[in-house]
Design a protein around this ligand. Sequence first.
Ligand SMILES: [Cu+2]
Length: 138
Amino acid sequence: MAEFRNLSKSKRAARAFAALLNVQVAAIALTPDIARAHAIVVAAQPAMNSTILPGELEIRLDFNSRIDQKRSRLSLQRPDGGKVAVALAPGGAAGVLAGRAQVAGEGRWKLRWQVLSLDGHITRGEVSFSVRDGARAR
Ligand SMILES: [Cu+2]
């Protein structure tokens, strides 16, 4: 029974965090009993709702579990809806997805992520941020 309590607590924590970051973790809703091992974002660069300068963007997402980097993706959506390629950085820590991209257009951007955690489940979500010329980063 203690095991069930732990699972439920973990699920609630995961949901609270997802709500906090405004990310969608659809897989958790579909399979609540194994939510514990799904990968969710615990730290993001750029930070959610931050404002950054145009130019080269270093991206780093830290997850709560190990992920399969080869089956995980990052993409960027420009304010006009267009996509910008993200070059993923190979290697690195087991729970980290990193890359870099050029961000040029001012406005609201979205960093979309999709990762495969080592338990075989895919989760996805997004981090919104703004690009503004002359703004102080973060
Ligand atoms: Cu899972």
